[in-house]
Design a protein around this ligand. Structure first.
Ligand code: PRP
Ligand code: URA
Length: 208
């Protein structure tokens, strides 16, 4: 599936501030959350709705709702957890699963250290969240873990993606729809996205 690059002037504006090395921890966290709202909004476009009856102050009327319990959002720890806030603002009852992966600093290959999904995961739509899709290794491994667990519908929300990683991931998992806010130029020699925003986890958690 071709990745979907979400476009909006407000999103571009927020991305510009997010990329700026002068942006501090508080604002960086807020921007990650706000940008995630846009991505979540787009990714939920195909959500099924059912009819309900509500009583306005004037009359009874029919309205449409989604079943929030059908969706599990799965952040890749650490940086992905910074996106949870934006997700639960949109879908307050969304279930959250956690996937612990870090990139080996030398090889940039993902190392697994934690995996915990809500019960009945095989019948849910799972939306992986991670602000950075660089070599695609972490994203691909997260998808593999979910597929091994029997998950049939998977989406992937990233804020900035590198063309190399996007290509690898979409070729390896053509059934997974990727949404991103930016597709950058390239990876550098140490597998960082250029121009990128630096290390997302360090900037969210203030660890450097
Ligand atoms: C970052 C990022 C992704 C991964 C992307 O996490 O949040 O999970 O790198 O790179 P890839 O596409 O090449 O796998 P990192 O491993 O730095 O861990 P952290 O979030 O704990 O800082
Ligand atoms: N992870 C990050 O946080 N930033 C990058 O540029 C690549 C991977």
């Amino acid at each position: 599936m071709e990745p979907i690059k979400v476009s909006h002037p407000l999103l571009e504006h927020k991305l510009a501030i997010l990329r700026d090395k002068k942006t501090g921890t508080k604002e960086f966290r807020e921007l990650i959350s706000e940008i995630t709202l846009f991505l979540c909004y787009e990714a939920m476009k195909d959500a099924k709705t059912h009819e309900v009856e509500v009583e306005t102050p004037l009359v009874k009327t029919k309205a449409l709702m989604i079943d929030e319990n059908n969706y599990v959002f799965a952040p890749i720890i650490r940086a992905g957890t910074g996106m949870i806030d934006g997700i639960v603002k949109m879908i307050p009852n969304a279930k959250i699963g956690h996937i612990g992966l870090y990139r080996d600093e030398e090889t940039a290959t993902p190392v697994r250290y934690y995996y915990k999904m809500p019960a009945g995961i095989e019948n849910k739509e799972v939306i992986i969240i991670d602000p950075m899709l660089a070599t695609g290794g972490s994203g691909m491994d997260a998808i593999t873990l979910l597929k091994e667990d029997g998950v049939k519908k998977i989406k992937f929300l990233s804020i900035i993606a590198a063309p190399e990683g996007l290509k690898k991931l979409t070729e390896a998992h053509p059934d997974v729809q990727v949404y991103c806010a930016a597709i950058d130029e390239r990876l550098n020699e140490v597998h960082y996205i250029v121009p990128g925003l630096g290390d997302a986890g360090d900037r969210i958690f203030g660890t450097k």
